[in-house]
Design a protein around this ligand. Structure first.
Ligand SMILES: [Zn+2]
Length: 245
């Protein structure tokens, strides 16, 4: 049995399928991530084919069949298309990196309303403010790791459970996690966590506004987060969107 469903959806990706159709991934409000086919979506005058474009937010109508991997999308209405992202290369690159990460870390049909509004909010922010795009991406990265069970723990030493203090020089081991100065001496550490990097990550985790920042620090925080994720999710190969220069 199939049912007609309507939901808000963020377009994550789109690719050609056969001579006339397209297949897209959506992160939806009510059904989590789904794949949908747009029949006739490749033809020139297809309204739906043009509207279903990565980063757009739509209201889609689809035929839902429980045991089918790909749903049939029959209609779409545009809610937001983020024009200011699309005309700015830096914003575009980091926004693509956001949806790429969502596509990678989410599981089909798992509903998460907080994640859905988090993606909407970050894209809106990317579009309408001049906040640093890399910082926006980093903030979202930290949030998404939390939402998908890969949260970075920074409060307690992973070895002795002592409280971690920002003013100490703490170590980090990608397998174990953060290590206090004492434990850093007897264990292999992947890197020394600078106080600036530690403070930035704590700020992002607690959702505080960051008033001043340093480009290099943001870059190293992104690299650090990617390495961390790679160690915990072996299929993760780093962001492909950020390799576009
Ligand atoms: Zn320790």
């Amino acid at each position: 049995m199939s049912r007609i469903q309507k939901t808000e959806a963020i377009v994550l990706s789109k690719l050609n399928y056969s001579d006339t159709s397209k297949i897209a991934h959506f992160y939806t409000k009510d059904f989590g991530k789904i794949s949908g086919i747009l029949k006739g979506g490749r033809t020139k005058n297809s309204k739906i084919g043009a509207m279903v474009d990565p980063l757009n937010i739509l209201e889609i109508v689809f035929y839902q069949k429980e045991n089918r991997d790909i749903q049939i999308v029959t209609n779409a209405e545009l809610i937001a298309f983020h024009p200011l992202i699309k005309e700015n290369f830096e914003k575009l690159k980091f926004s693509y990196a956001i949806i790429e990460l969502v596509n990678f870390l989410t599981i089909e049909s798992e509903v998460n309303l907080r994640l859905f509004s988090g993606i909407k909010k970050i894209l809106q922010n990317m579009n309408s403010t001049d906040e640093n795009p890399a910082l926006n991406y980093l903030r979202f990265f930290v949030f998404l790791m939390h939402e998908s069970g890969f949260e970075l723990q920074l409060n307690l030493c992973s070895e002795c459970d002592n409280e971690i203090k920002s003013f100490d020089v703490n170590g980090f081991n990608y397998e174990k996690g953060i290590l206090c100065p004492n434990c850093s001496q007897d264990h292999l550490i992947s890197l020394k966590l600078s106080r600036e990097l530690f403070d930035l990550l704590i700020c992002l985790k607690s959702g505080k506004k960051i008033l001043s920042y340093d480009e290099m620090l943001i870059k190293s925080a992104i690299k650090f987060s990617e390495n961390y994720l790679q160690h915990h999710h072996h299929e993760y190969k780093g962001s492909q969107s950020l390799k576009l220069e």
